[in-house]
Design a protein around this ligand. Sequence first.
Ligand SMILES: NC(=O)c1ccc[n+]([C@@H]2O[C@H](COP(=O)([O-])OP(=O)(O)OC[C@H]3O[C@@H](n4cnc5c(N)ncnc54)[C@H](O)[C@@H]3O)[C@@H](O)[C@H]2O)c1
Ligand SMILES: [Zn+2]
Length: 376
Amino acid sequence: MSITRLAFPTDIHFGAGARKLVGTHLLAQGCRRALVVTDRALGALPLLAEFRSHLGGLDVAVFDGVSGNPSCAQVMAGAAACKAHGADCVIGLGGGAALDVAKVVGLLATHEGDVLEYVWDHPQVRPIVHALPYFVALPTTAGTGSEVGRSAVVSENDTHRKRTVFSPKILARAVFADPTLTLGLPHAVTAATGMDALTHNIESYLSPAYHPLCDGIALEGLRIGARALAVAVAEPGNLAARADMMMCSMMGAVAFQKDLGSVHACAHALGAVCDMHHGLANALMIDTVLAWNHEAVPAKFDELAHVAGVGGGGEFVGWLRQLKQRIGIGGGLASRGVTREMVARLVPLAAHDVTSATNPRAATEADYERLFVQAM
Ligand SMILES: NC(=O)c1ccc[n+]([C@@H]2O[C@H](COP(=O)([O-])OP(=O)(O)OC[C@H]3O[C@@H](n4cnc5c(N)ncnc54)[C@H](O)[C@@H]3O)[C@@H](O)[C@H]2O)c1
Ligand SMILES: [Zn+2]
């Protein structure tokens, strides 16, 4: 029997109003100078000003230079802002994009080199040796669960290839998960990010890695998300559904310590080649990939269907397709601007993506080509 390491380390303050606790928490840690890292659109919303009103006692600066699939250049600009402010703490406020940048801004403000020299598969990856600014995270979407994850996904400036910094040292020291922050999410963002959260729970459960604790979390995360996602989309102001989706999102990200699968391999490729939103990319691929995976692990599909409340494993993919319709994600890749010509570039990226290794069915380049074409 091999030795497995199991860890659930994040301190999470969960519930409506949790955002108001951040200032007191940081002051109690001895922090005085805070850099808020957020994205450009959020920076212009009243949400940011309201959040800042609860940070009395701290000297606050804002870096709102995050947008789209965040680039390495955005991280380096954030690190410069962190140094310029002399920040002793970083507050990540936003969706996965802002939180991923926030996770590594403190790293690059205190360490030499470019963010790409810290990605896990760099041949001479630089070690994280200095203390990092105290980092807290507040998600404003319910999808990536980046607030509880140990990775930061950033795109290369020129190729847009997604690269990952992976280290327990970049984990948030505390998460303030306040579902009221998601009440104003636009319909399409609620739908796409919610599908990302569901995909994390589903793919981590299907991953063959040994982690029964995460399997339990993934199944419960799916149960919660399955009942809440359509409600959150139909009734944006429904706090209970928003809270369920925020919990589903965090559970999915905790569960994917045991890794993901080919839906994410395809989504990462679509992000790189088409600059597609990550959650939407998962949503467009999930039914096609899972229908193909089914025969490899039928008993696990029975379990997924049971948890989602839809009878047998053979009906699970059909249920996902109906859910996509209900939340307004219709059409295939072609309807979102993906062309047949792009498939040749998507296939090798998906096949070499690290998440492909933990798909329950081994996927070759030929398999990925078929899957992308089917999903068109
Ligand atoms: N670190 C991880 O483990 C991990 C996992 C999955 C994805 N990711 C990364 O996360 C990113 C995607 O994150 P995302 O899906 O949360 O999307 P996002 O962060 O790109 O946000 C999507 C849009 O929603 C807007 N928005 C966010 N919160 C809002 C609010 N409360 N009200 C109104 N608008 C709001 C943003 O301005 C943005 O335009 C990608 O870069 C992806 O690579 C990271
Ligand atoms: Zn994802």
